[in-house]
Design a protein around this ligand. Structure first.
Ligand SMILES: [Mn+2]
Length: 284
C-alpha cells in the first residue's frame, strides 16, 4: 500500500529550545519514516542559509536524507524560505491535481511580518513579482528570491533568537497573531488564483498547525487548507498521511508526538480529509 507522509518546517540545524522535546536528528525522527513509501518535505527542512547554523543544518539534512533513502523511501523536497534552492521544486500536485502541496511563504505580501528583515523581504518580493510572470511558477520564484534577501540582512543575525525577540516585544506578538488569523484566507486566495481545481492545499510556513475550510473572502468558494505546523517550540508538528490502495484513497492529518526521546506519528486521526472508495475498475 503506497503511503505518503508530508512534513514541513523541521528546521534542522536551528538550536533546540530547552522545552522537553527531543532534538531533531535522524535518529529521533526515524520512527516517523517506518511504514512509508514516499516522504514529502514541504519546505524549511533545514536552515541551510543561516550563517551560524548552516553547517549543522546541512549535516543533519544529509544524514536524514541518507537514512530515508537507505530504507527505500522516495523523497520529494519542496523549497521553503529557509532552504530555498532555485534548482529544487517549489510545489507538487498529487493525484491529478486533487492535492496541491507548497510551503506557503508565497501566499502573503509579508512573508515574515514580525522579523527585523521584514522590510527588505517585502521590498525584494514586490520587485521580483514585477519582473516575473504572473504564474504560479513566477510567483514562487519571486518568493524564493525574496526569502534569500533575509539571509543577506545583518539584522537577521544581530537580533536575539526569533522566539526571544518575539516574546520581548508585544507588538511582534500582535503581528504574529494578526498574521495567523489571516493566513488561511490568504492561502485560499492563492488556491483560487493558481489551483482552483484542487480539493486540498497542504502548506506549512506559519507554524500554526490546523485544518480550515475557508474562502478568501466571505463570498468566495471555501477552500480546504491544511497546515502541518512546525517542529520548533512553541509550534506543534503534524503530518499529512496519504494512503493510496487499490480500494481506497485516504488523506489524514495526524499529530506528531514525542515520547522517550523520539518522534512518533499519533495513531489517532486529527482530521480526516477524505476517504474515497475506488471502484474495482480504478484499481492500481
Ligand atoms: Mn517558512
Amino acid at each position: 500500500m503506497p503511503r505518503t507522509l508530508i512534513l514541513s518546517d523541521l528546521h534542522l540545524g536551528l538550536p533546540d529550545v530547552p522545552c522537553g522535546r527531543p532534538p531533531r536528528t535522524p535518529e529521533t525522527l526515524a520512527p516517523l519514516f517506518e511504514t512509508i513509501d514516499r516522504l514529502i518535505l514541504n519546505g524549511d527542512a533545514a536552515d541551510i542559509h543561516h550563517i551560524h547554523h548552516r553547517d549543522q543544518a546541512l549535516k543533519l539534512l544529509d544524514a536524514t536524507l541518507n537514512l530515508v533513502t537507505r530504507r527505500g523511501i522516495s523523497v520529494t523536497r519542496i523549497n521553503g524560505n529557509h532552504d530555498y534552492d532555485p534548482a529544487q521544486l517549489d510545489f507538487v500536485d498529487l493525484f491529478d491535481g486533487a492535492i496541491f502541496v507548497t510551503h506557503g511563504h508565497a501566499f502573503s505580501d509579508s512573508m515574515l511580518p514580525w522579523t527585523p528583515a521584514h522590510k527588505v523581504i517585502s521590498r525584494t518580493l514586490f520587485a521580483a513579482r514585477e519582473r516575473n510572470e504572473k504564474t504560479l511558477e513566477g510567483f514562487l520564484a519571486a518568493a524564493g528570491e525574496a526569502s534569500m534577501s533575509q539571509w543577506n540582512e545583518p539584522a537577521t543575525y544581530t537580533e536575539p533568537t526569533a522566539l526571544v525577540s518575539i516574546g520581548l516585544n508585544p507588538f511582534r506578538v500582535a503581528k504574529v497573531l494578526a498574521w495567523w488569523r489571516k493566513y488561511p484566507r490568504e492561502a485560499a486566495h492563492f488556491v483560487d488564483r493558481f489551483r482552483p481545481a484542487a480539493k486540498l492545499l497542504v502548506c506549512g510556513h506559519s507554524h500554526r498547525a490546523g485544518s480550515w475550510m475557508t474562502g478568501a473572502t466571505s463570498t468566495s468558494i471555501p477552500r480546504h487548507i491544511i497546515n502541518t505546523g512546525g517542529f520548533t517550540f512553541p509550534s506543534s508538528p503534524r503530518a499529512v498521511l496519504i494512503e493510496d490502495s487499490s480500494t481506497e484513497l485516504s488523506v489524514e492529518l495526524r499529530a506528531i508526538r514525542h515520547r522517550r526521546g523520539i518522534y512518533v506519528l499519533d495513531s489517532r486521526v486529527d482530521a480526516s480529509c477524505w476517504r474515497i472508495q475506488r471502484p474495482a475498475s480504478d484499481a492500481r
